[in-house]
Design a protein around this ligand. Structure first.
Ligand code: ASP
Length: 593
């Protein structure tokens, strides 16, 4: 139906007859001449309809916003003075000969250029209209280029694209499963995969050597942060590899992606141990664009007569850390109060501070509610953080976890508020993660997933699991975890040891992962891999604020789809087929029989 996309028109086509198909972006009546801005996914072209072409004029006169038209006409240069150099097609226009209405449109719930006036809910409910906005088209086009580039790179490296099942057994990645009832096995359920983890390992046992997949994953989590219940991973796995091999391939892939798609040369990817990252940045995904750092002052604070500091400084699980903000001494009381509230979100009970007005004057030159308690250590403290006139120093004193989370988040917030960024892109690898984390009752759970290989022997692991490190690695970019993976356990005895430490008994292990344990003893090669979150990667590359902006049909914070109204009720017959009877309360709430 069309000869060109609207956005493709330019001066080289002057005097040619073209046919365009698209939507009416805007219609203006200028003293007897009608101007139509016709839009398709490639851009917008200005169409002029003259009363001389009576039929076309009458049709154009009827056209309204978002009508679907086919227009045939001659390309001509816009008259002097009416050209728009900001628009790619701004030098030309199309003088219409024929205008055909392919479909009418009801008045849209929002004008495309006024999307900001309606809430995100309205945009999600009418996503097909929201997606007509050039910015949205741009983001999905970028997403398509990114997946294409990644596929081309991995294919070039000998990775095979292999699909793994979506109806499967639970794959633990630390979230709840989405379950699907089976009709043919009454009372049994499939789980949607939290990741293709187990299948990609089985593909290695099968000898495929290098696998990848752009895979949908499903995790039923509380969606506090910017998460989606279904999301996409670039998932890969390879055999006969070490950490360096997987990190090398992944880094080359991301480097090439940024080069080819954004024309950005990424800097070096430093490697940082998990312990170091927590220590210096309070986070396992430090944003290295921000030059602020946490400094340990436990040893000094053990010597002060101030229980709020000396307590955590002496406790085994406590920490006192300082965060110096160069030039931050001008912060008002109100601003400090706001930051105090902010760290409260992370459980911090307060935010102590010292302003360095004039260091040469000693304690007199400092301004702070707490400095009177620490006269004995103040000079050493100021030296240690490298304090200069005009700085402010914040303190966190609590359980190490609280201090890390609170000061880690404060560091990122200060970086953003004060625009402290020193570079556009700051990638790194975080390595040497602990194997396990323990809850308040001392129960261990895997920091990654239970198939991650420790960097020690089964005996060492068993004798002191709490300090064991894993062969896991995460790629972090600008404070976002882009991807993570590990060298896997390929030895059945080691896998059983890990299950045992996690309190998964032999019977339970067999029932849940018997197929994996069996596979491990039929000749499993050493293997490892990694998965990138595609949505986050696209979000960062697009400069978008949330992953919802780079997903065509995202779900809401409460894991629902406003467009289709999913999840929805099902008929009594369907439930009967599935051998499911709803409990009384659910019945009353959903109105299901
Ligand atoms: N399956 C892991 C995840 O989804 C990634 C990996 O270990 O390859 O986080």
């Amino acid at each position: 139906m069309r000869s060109h996309y609207c956005g493709q028109l330019n001066e080289t086509l002057v005097d040619q007859t073209v046919s365009l198909c698209g939507w009416v972006h805007r219609r203006r009546d200028h003293g007897g001449v009608i101007f139509l801005d016709l839009r398709d996914r490639d851009g917008i072209a200005q169409v002029v309809v003259d009363p001389d072409t009576a039929e076309a004029f009458a049709t154009a006169d009827r056209a309204r916003s978002e009508f679907v038209l086919r227009i045939t006409g001659r390309v001509r240069l816009r008259p002097e003075g009416t050209q728009n150099p900001k628009m790619p097609t701004g030098l030309i226009e199309v003088l219409a000969k024929e205008v055909e209405v392919l479909n009418t449109a009801a008045t849209p719930p929002f004008q495309l250029d006024e999307h900001g006036r309606v809430g995100e809910e309205v945009r999600l409910k009418h996503r097909y209209i929201d997606l007509r906005r050039p910015e949205m088209i741009e983001k999905l086009r970028l997403r398509s280029r990114i997946s294409h580039n990644v596929r081309a790179f991995l294919e070039g490296q000998g990775f095979l694209d292999i699909e793994t099942p979506v109806l499967t057994r639970a794959t633990p990645e630390g979230a709840r499963d989405y379950l699907v009832p089976s009709r043919t096995h009454p009372g049994s359920f499939f789980a949607l995969p939290q990741s293709p983890q187990l299948f990609k390992q089985l593909l290695m046992v099968a000898g495929f050597d290098r696998y990848y997949q752009i895979a949908k994953c499903f995790r039923d989590e509380d969606l506090r942060a910017d998460r989606q219940p279904e999301f996409t991973q670039i998932d890969l796995e390879a055999s006969f590899v070490s950490e360096d091999d997987i990190m090398g391939i992944s880094e080359a892939m991301i480097r090439q992606l940024f080069q080819e798609v954004l024309d950005v040369e990424l800097p070096e990817f430093p490697r940082m141990t998990w312990a170091d990252a927590m220590h210096r940045f309070g986070s396992d995904k430090p944003d290295l664009r921000i030059p602020l750092m946490l400094v340990d002052v436990d040893d000094l604070m053990q010597q002060v007569d101030f229980q709020v500091f000396s307590g955590p400084a002496s406790a085994a699980d406590g920490r006192v850390a300082a965060l110096k903000v160069p030039g931050g001494g001008g912060m008002s009381r109100k601003v400090i109060d706001e930051y105090t509230k902010f760290v409260g979100i992370y459980g911090a009970k307060g935010l102590a501070w010292i302003k360095v007005n004039d260091r040469a004057k000693g304690i007199e030159g400092l301004q702070s509610p707490i400095v009177k308690f620490m006269e004995n250590v103040i000079e050493e403290l100021l030296d240690r953080v490298g304090a200069e006139d005009g700085d402010i120093i914040f303190f966190g004193a609590d359980k190490a976890r609280v201090v890390n989370e609170a000061l880690g988040a404060l560091r990122v917030k200060l970086g953003e508020d004060l625009n402290l960024y020193t570079q556009a892109w700051a990638p790194l690898w975080v390595v040497d993660f602990p194997m396990f984390e323990s809850d308040d009752n001392g129960r261990l759970s895997p920091l990654h997933h239970p198939f991650t290989s420790p960097s020690c022997s089964p005996e060492e692991l068993k004798s002191n699991p709490a300090v064991a490190l894993s062969r896991a690695y995460d790629m972090v970019l600008n404070g976002t975890e882009l991807g993570g993976g590990s060298i896997r356990i390929h030895d059945q005895a080691m896998q059983s040891t890990v299950f045992e430490i996690l309190g998964i008994g032999a019977e339970e292990a067999r029932e849940k992962f018997g197929f994996l344990l069996d596979a491990l003893h039929y000749g499993a090669p050493p293997h490892g891999g990694l998965a990138f979150g595609l949505d986050r990667l696209v979000m960062l590359m697009a400069g978008a604020r949330t992953i919802r902006e780079v997903i065509a049909f995202p779900k809401t914070q409460s894991a629902g789809c406003l467009l289709t109204d999913a999840p929805g009720e099902v008929s009594a017959d369907q439930l009967k087929d599935l051998n499911i009877r709803l409990r009384q309360k659910a019945k009353a709430e959903t109105g299901n029989e």
